[in-house]
Design a protein around this ligand. Structure first.
Ligand code: FRU
Length: 532
């Protein structure tokens, strides 16, 4: 069930449909009694022990701890009864699941939102000695709540014990668009230092509009401006989970640009849901994008956080200790998220990523790297240095020590005379199965092909190939590939593009091979680190 679509239905009907989706067959891999599909339980990526998870919410760092809250169903492995689940980590890699932070009530479901540290207690919800963490979230009201059933509005909750327990502000909601819109959601709040106020970005999802507000106290909000429609804004597309933040351009802190992430569904670059972004200026009131292709151009003319099928609802951490833009995205796609064949959980988060803004082909664009803590983990891990070798019109399996199901692979690919060249990861012994990462020298494209990557028949919408245009640099392409039990993330060309895809291979498919078609390719400095 596609929850976003259900917003157009009555809430009762929506819940009925999502429950039905839960009992639908989920592919051909039956869960083993008691164990579930442990062969796909990620080792490097967060997933709740059981039940459904979607968007990351309330990403905040506080006193040495990264908090990841998320859209969660405490009652089942399907979308519904939306609540905020909670996990914590000291290094963004090892997460501990915490008790549900904000459960659904008989009055409201808790949709997506964000958290800030209200250091100076501007809200008055804490005290000088105990600054509160303040959450802005979307209430979806139920029958009998005193609000129109299904109406979405922004509400406040706060914690004075470091995010462990949450109380709701008694005069919720604090911001509504009633009666203008029922699809008003996903508040992302940040501190706008030049103006000395809190800034909120939120969406009217079906109108393709981001609305900006400001506040002195996180409770009284004043409208600033609208952005949109722009970029992907076709009829039927939803805009969700906005995020606005500044970044230095080319490392120059005196020349920042503002990045506005808008998660859109469907019509993303890889089909279904995906994370688009705009780059421009923000004057404290209005966001003005630069270098923008006309509305409803081909999706490849816009900018994307990821070119794979499974990266959505991405947002940045508040209060990040080094002032960096670190994102987490939900590693799934509304096209088939409810059909993904994992039990007793559905939904994982992609690796935390660090963003930078660089001028590429004359245009400011984001680059992406796994968070520093991941790089440190790779540096410490046992590494098989395969070295440099060539493959001529054929394929070569890497040494047995390079086999694995949870690993980091670094290499520089030089396709030379080959028509296509690349790697197969999570490959089977007979070579029939595997996830192919392919560079095409005539088309200048990098593709992740999961058509033979394991189970894929659980949904006709589970798309097979995801492509990004990417020129070689001096004939070479640097790749960092993160392989986990149920996913592959390819960071290409020093972070110019990422392709993130879910895969459902057999646990015995653990081989890597290098291949070249119609010519010879070189593979430089191939290093495989097992991260289990
Ligand atoms: C995005 C989204 C949000 C909403 C939440 C509901 O994936 O549809 O717009 O708040 O999920 O779970």
């Amino acid at each position: 069930m596609h929850p976003a679509r259900s917003f157009f239905l009555s809430l009762g009907a929506a819940l009925a449909v999502s429950t039905a989706a839960c009992s639908a067959p989920t592919g051909s891999q039956p869960a083993q009694a008691g164990e579930g599909t442990s062969q796909w339980r990620p080792a490097l990526h967060y997933t709740p022990q059981r039940n459904w998870m979607n968007d990351p919410n309330g990403l905040v760092y506080y006193q040495g701890v990264y908090h990841l809250f998320y859209q969660y169903n405490p009652h089942g492995n399907y979308w519904g009864d939306m609540s905020w689940g909670h996990a914590t980590s000291r290094d963004l890699i090892h997460w501990s699941e915490q008790p549900v932070a904000m459960p659904v009530t008989d009055r409201e479901e808790i949709f997506s939102g964000s958290i800030v540290l209200d250091e100076h207690n501007t809200s008055g919800l804490g005290s000088a000695g105990k600054p509160p963490l303040v959450a802005l979230y979307t209430s979806v009201f139920k029958e009998g709540s005193g609000h129109e059933a299904g109406m979405q509005a922004q509400s406040v909750a706060y914690s004075t014990d470091g995010g462990e327990s949450w109380r709701k502000y008694e005069k919720n909601p604090v911001l509504t668009l009633n009666p203008e819109s029922r699809n008003f959601r996903d508040p992302k709040v940040s501190w706008y230092a030049p103006g000395g106020y809190w800034l909120m970005a939120t969406v009217v999802s079906d109108a393709h509009v981001v609305k900006f507000y400001r506040s002195k106290n996180l409770i009284d909000w004043e409208f600033l401006s609208d952005f949109g429609p722009a970029g992907v804004a076709r009829p039927g597309v939803l805009w969700e989970m906005p995020d606005l933040f500044p970044l230095p351009l080319d490392g120059n802190a005196r020349d920042p640009r503002w990045v506005l992430i808008v998660n859109i569904n469907p019509w993303s670059i890889a089909g279904g849901s995906g994370a688009e972004y705009f780059v421009g200026r923000f004057d404290g009131k209005t966001f003005t994008p630069e270098n923008l292709a006309p509305p409803d151009s081909d999706p490849s003319r816009y900018l994307w956080l990821d070119h794979g099928a499974d990266y959505y609802a991405a947002g940045t951490f508040a209060n990040e200790p080094h002032g960096k833009a670190v994102t987490i995205g939900w590693m799934s796609n509304w096209d088939y998220a409810d059909r993904v064949p994992t039990t007793p959980w559905k939904g994982a988060m992609a690796l935390p990523r660090q963003l930078a803004l660089k001028t590429i082909d004359g245009v400011p664009q984001l680059t992406f790297a796994p968070a520093d803590q991941y790089a440190a983990l790779v540096d410490k891990g046992p590494t098989t240095r395969v070295g440099t070798f060539a493959v001529s019109s054929g394929s070569k399996e890497l040494v047995p020590a390079a086999r694995g199901t949870v690993q980091n692979i670094d290499l520089t690919l030089e396709p030379r005379s080959a028509r296509r060249a690349g790697l197969v990861v999570r490959g089977s012994a007979d070579g029939a199965a595997g996830t192919r990462i392919v560079y095409d020298t005539a088309r200048h494209t990098l593709t992740l092909d999961r058509s033979h990557a394991g189970i894929g028949n659980f949904s006709p919408a589970f798309s097979k190939e995801h492509i990004v245009n990417l020129p070689l640099d001096n004939g070479r392409l640097r790749l960092r590939i993160v392989v986990d039990r149920g996913s592959v993330e390819v960071f290409a060309a020093d972070g110019r593009a990422v392709i993130t895809d879910l895969v459902f291979p057999a646990s015995t498919d653990d081989r890597i091979s290098a291949f070249a078609e119609q010519g010879e390719a070189s593979f430089h400095d191939v290093a495989v680190t097992n991260l289990r």
